[in-house]
Design a protein around this ligand. Structure first.
Ligand code: GLN
Length: 556
């Protein structure tokens, strides 16, 4: 493969129609995998047409998890899919929002950059979007200093939404700016099945493509979500009504696991179609895709279960913990087990406020091979989480506490080992007599957006040998991503450590607790950072791998 397979940046633009939640992000990431397997260096951009500057102030209930990048960007969870699928590291600028675009344009207007002009959506906002895309697409993302060859752009929302109109218009113009042979439009739609014979219905897709074409974008490839592979009749009909080649109608039918999606798209010639459209060569050997195929097939063969109890408060919505689930899956795969997550609403574990699900929740907790307390905010359900941490500590059940989960374990330890019964976090009870967890001094109390301790920070290990350091391969320090406002009270550290809960990693000042491990326990670990964000298929996050290993009784 030549080191520079393309002369110009190639763009694949993925839009969506009919309804949200069709797996547009996964389709876009999978196309990225295909491009990468053809030897292209790939980056990606997610466009979110909402007015928030970033996802940091949005509830995981509404929008799924807030994904955190190395540079501290708080972004849409789709960027997590891109990082995991393509093994790249993105920046906050790879997530474009209406809020960011307008803020930039208004700044420029105030500076006088448009002096004398009326500032308008077209051309000022649409130009800003195009310039942004072009600039960010050229930023290296794979850890090298080389410019990417291709950029996958996913437009959030559904075509026809009022909010996405300026972005659609910008993307329409962009095909001329980048050169028509350098932009490939992929539209993801839905083909529902109706009636007694299970007829595949094409009308919703016909309508969304009509809408897209009305806005000046002609899809080159149509990816249709459907339960079963599309019938040839359905394909012909869609091709005829949607102005696409018949072999450019692709079915994104249900598959046994996520890793099968790039394979399924490849088998339907998506890579060939994209390469013909964008003008690059596809080599005969595709080792990256072969690895995917192997992994996808192996995932299907795992039989023996490992049960992890996930004690959280957004348990009804798995998107709220997407990266945590991924990190668990990567780790379960590495230990050769099938992952079973038992979702436990933390309020149901509260011993002092019994809900009707209390007994069932405890039964699930007690039958788990490992317990995970993920990140979280606010005091709802914390007593249940503290009870779970206590159960894991006392009964020697493997435990991983992520961010809030480390703070929870610290509070539990102060209450039940150091006998400081009133110990709490300042976040849950500002008036508690003893704060085991305190507000970090540098954090703003008035400004909520983007003011937490965010992003990648180095954490040196302070002990020569412990389980978690072994899991990180004996590293001197780790570089993981943070998102928090509170920390373990520095005044209590000495006392806590003297009783066996050791903060084996602290920040560079040596004061801020980052990694905890309990002496004499099979696996009782907490991290103030969020290791899940850097977990990869085939390279699971070490703290999660440790939890799974311990849960399966494997040595660490
Ligand atoms: N609420 C806690 C804090 O702000 C934990 C944050 C988290 O789990 N991400 O410190």
């Amino acid at each position: 493969m030549a080191s520079n397979p393309v002369d110009y940046m190639k763009y694949v633009v993925v839009t969506g129609g009919v309804l949200s939640g069709l797996g547009k992000g996964v389709t876009a990431s999978s196309i990225g995998v295909l491009l990468k397997s053809a030897g292209l260096k790939v980056t990606s951009i997610k466009i979110d047409p909402y007015l928030n500057s970033d996802a940091g102030t949005m509830s995981p209930f509404e929008h799924g998890e807030v994904f955190v990048l190395d540079d501290g960007g708080e972004v849409d969870l789709d960027l997590g899919n891109y990082e995991r699928f393509l093994d790249i590291a993105l920046t906050r600028d790879n997530n474009i929002t209406t809020g960011k675009v307008y803020a930039n344009v208004i700044d420029k207007e105030r500076r006088g950059d448009y002096l004398g002009k009326t500032v308008q959506v077209v051309p000022h906002i649409t130009n800003e979007i195009q310039e942004w895309i072009e600039r960010v697409a050229h930023v290296p993302a794979d850890g090298s200093s080389e410019t990417p060859d291709a950029c996958v752009i996913e437009l959030g929302g559904t075509v026809g939404d009022i909010e996405s109109a300026p972005f659609i218009e910008a993307l329409r113009q962009f095909q001329f700016r980048a050169g028509k042979g350098n932009v490939c439009f992929v539209h993801v739609s839905l083909v529902p099945v109706m009636g007694p014979v299970g007829e595949q219905k094409t009308k919703p897709t016909q309508h969304t493509v009509k809408e897209l074409r009305g806005l000046g974008i002609i899809p080159d490839i149509l990816v249709c979500r459907s339960e079963k592979p599309l019938d040839s009749e359905t394909k012909s009909k869609l091709a005829a009504f949607c102005h696409v080649d018949e072999d450019a109608v692709v079915s994104a039918h249900d598959v046994s696991n996520l890793y099968q999606i790039p394979i399924s798209l490849f088998e339907q010639s998506v890579l060939r179609k994209v390469s013909v459209h964008l003008g690059f060569q596809v080599p005969t050997k595709l080792p990256i895709l072969d690895e995917w195929r192997e992994m996808a097939d192996k995932v299907d063969t795992l039989e023996e279960e490992v049960r992890i109890a996930m004690v959280g408060k957004y348990t009804g919505l798995s998107d709220s913990y997407l990266s945590v689930i991924k990190a668990l899956q990567h780790s379960a795969f590495a230990v050769g087990r099938k992952l079973q997550i038992d979702w436990i609403e933390s309020t149901d574990l509260d011993p002092n406020d019994r809900t009707e699900n209390h007994e069932e929740a405890w039964r699930m907790l007690e039958s788990a091979d490992g317990i995970l307390v993920p990140g979280g905010f606010g005091n709802r359900g914390v007593e249940g989480k503290i009870a779970a941490a206590n159960y894991a500590r006392v009964n020697e059940v493997p435990y991983l506490g992520v961010c809030l989960g480390l703070q929870i374990a610290t509070i539990e330890f102060c209450r039940n080992v150091l006998n400081i019964e009133s110990a709490n976090s300042a976040e849950f009870d500002e008036d508690a007599p003893v704060h085991a967890v305190v507000f970090m001094p540098e954090i703003s109390k008035t400004q909520m957006g983007g003011t937490m301790r965010l992003g990648s920070k180095p954490t040196p290990f302070l002990v020569d040998d412990c389980k978690i350091r072994r899991l990180y391969g004996g590293a001197e320090y780790v570089n993981e991503r943070h998102r928090h406002r509170y920390e373990v009270n520095p005044d209590l550290i000495e006392k806590i450590e003297a009783s066996g809960l050791v903060y084996v990693g602290k920040d560079e000042t040596g004061k801020r607790c980052e990694i905890m491990e309990l002496n004499g326990h099979p696996y009782y670990v907490g991290t103030q950072y969020h290791p899940e964000f850097k977990s990869r298929p085939g390279r699971p996050s070490p703290p999660f791998l440790g939890l799974l290993k311990a849960a399966c009784g494997q040595e660490i």
